[in-house]
Design a protein around this ligand. Sequence first.
Ligand SMILES: Nc1ncnc2c1ncn2[C@@H]1O[C@H](COP(=O)(O)OP(=O)(O)O)[C@@H](O)[C@H]1O
Ligand SMILES: [Mg+2]
Length: 371
Amino acid sequence: MKLSAEVVIQVLKSIKNPDTGRDILREDLVRDLKVNTNTVQFSIVVEGRTPKFLENVESKARELISEKVGAPVDVNVTLETAMIGLGQDIMQGGKVSSKPDFGRATVLAIASGKGGVGKSTVAVNLAVSLVKKGYNVGLVDTDIYGPSIPTMFGIKEEKPRVNQDRKIIPLERFGVKLLSMGFLTDTNQAVIWRGPMVSNAVRQFLSDADWGDLDFLLLDLPPGTGDIQLTIVQTVALTGSIIVSTPQTVALADARRGVAMFQNVNVPVLGIIENMAFFTPPELPDKKYYIFGEGGARNLATELNVPFLGEIPIEVLLRESGDDGVPLMERITESPSAKAFNELADQTLHQTSLYRATMPSQEKIEIVYRS
Ligand SMILES: Nc1ncnc2c1ncn2[C@@H]1O[C@H](COP(=O)(O)OP(=O)(O)O)[C@@H](O)[C@H]1O
Ligand SMILES: [Mg+2]
């Protein structure tokens, strides 16, 4: 196997902290990753004392990577100590604001230019897939126009409560912790909500809720690239974004605007997903009908130089499970779209690990939370 960032990520995933059982990528200890022809270098950033299992991380990584590649690879690891306390309060525009404390959690916005392309369907099933893979996942439905996440999780009347510390307790379904704009507002009044009101509510969901120890926090954004979306992506400390599109030309044009919106505010686009990519009738498993056109989102990803995260086929059970309140990924593992979501979760894990591992180590203290 040729040496690549993929190989290195795979190997790093197998190096675990025996105390927590979590790998060093999940613990978010890796920075500055650089992979060349036959050399690899990265930093391990720890707070306080270096745990024992990291003492021989360099030789271990060298051994495992060389084994995978089938040739000696030179691996160089720098151990760094993070400055504790910095990054808690950041001066910005004369105001001091605290960034929500998600520790090592990856905060991802799921966005689309256009409505009805399956953004919520993707967010829900991605969340459940990540839970099935053993990650702690929160999901925030910020779509005030059509907060469909409660329906997709079978939540009707229940509202979140507040704990003794006056923190909102997210509802939990199928292992996913949830908060939705739908819990706050009568959706008929949504038209009067403006960007700042929505982003304030979203920020409160993030900072005033008891999320526990999350690995991922997914934000289902309202469709479009207007004032509300822009305000959210500017005020929430996002790790990155995922764009959902169908292969249709009209959807792609909007997806392109979505990518541009994130790039304009320096939020990395971790990938594009093509939903409703094709239809395979159950009785004709070898056929693929490209109802909305073929490969449009994949081509867009190539053109914009953004990772392509995969394609989700049209499936009746996927639509039904959304309406019935039990996500597809909670029901089956073998259907074409279930397999696609499983792969999507793997790709998302890979892209976020790669993104975090290649970040410069000092960027850890540069996360700016604007208000
Ligand atoms: N791949 C798919 N196959 C079948 N139905 C789908 C698929 N993706 C989404 N849907 C259905 O399309 C409708 C719109 O999806 P939704 O996730 O609510 O879109 P958005 O959040 O982008 O507005 C829903 O009824 C959903 O069940
Ligand atoms: Mg939606």
